[in-house]
Design a protein around this ligand. Structure first.
Ligand SMILES: [Ca+2]
Ligand SMILES: [Ca+2]
Ligand SMILES: [Ca+2]
Length: 212
């Protein structure tokens, strides 16, 4: 009996946890379109509603004003991820998120090329340790050329144990021109989808074990 449990418990437990994921945790946990912070450009801005800037600076941009930088939709605000001090800053969410083992979290944002100068820039973003934002649990690095249009990029994170995390975004280097950020979002896919996925994986695991 013990042997039976050890052979079959793991995939079934995963499926059970996923099926039992509380519905309240599904859906969008956070969105930010960066439209409300200011009505004008602000260089070296650190007054974000939902983010702290450290280790350098970023610029708050109003679409189409002065620097010929357009935000998503051609209006509102967005962020030049390399400010005006020759040292690109790191944005970290002021909110600390308690992430639950067994759930999948999706952090997405819109990025475009710098729009103003012929060069590539790389932005690293993802989920980092809430007490050490240099320590990423899951991250991706996106490199774009000057005229690459806005597109949505997503990092998925499925913690194997409960963790506390911040969302972190940082442009590499520091020459006052970085990728343009708009529309950040944190969400959890519907548990129904995950439960089906979990049951599918469990069934696959059983088939493989039986075949072996
Ligand atoms: Ca915006
Ligand atoms: Ca800048
Ligand atoms: Ca640059």
């Amino acid at each position: 009996m013990i042997r039976f449990l050890s052979r079959f418990a793991a995939p079934l437990t995963v499926a059970a946890l996923m099926a039992a994921a509380p519905a309240a945790q599904a859906g969008v946990m956070f969105t930010d379109n960066f439209n409300a912070e200011s009505t004008s450009n602000v260089l070296n801005f650190n007054g974000f509603d939902h983010w702290s800037v450290s280790a350098g600076t970023v610029d708050y941009i109003r679409s189409g004003v002065q620097y010929k930088i357009n935000c998503v939709g051609g209006s509102g605000g967005c962020v030049d991820l390399d400010g005006s001090t020759g040292n690109a800053g790191v944005m970290s969410s002021t909110t600390v998120y308690n992430l639950t083992a067994g759930l999948t979290y999706l952090f997405s944002l819109d990025l475009s090329g710098n729009q103003v100068r012929r060069e590539g820039n790389t932005v690293t973003f993802g989920f980092a340790d809430s007490s050490n934002i240099n320590l990423f649990y899951a991250s991706d690095a996106i490199t774009l050329s000057q005229n690459d249009p806005f597109k949505t990029y997503t990092v998925a994170f499925s913690p194997t144990g409960n963790v506390t995390a911040r969302l972190v975004i940082g442009n590499g280097g520091g020459d006052n021109v970085g990728l343009i950020l708009d529309n950040a979002k944190l969400e959890v896919p519907e548990p129904g989808t995950l439960a089906l996925l979990g049951l599918g994986l469990a069934a696959l695991g059983l088939r493989r074990r039986r075949a072996a």
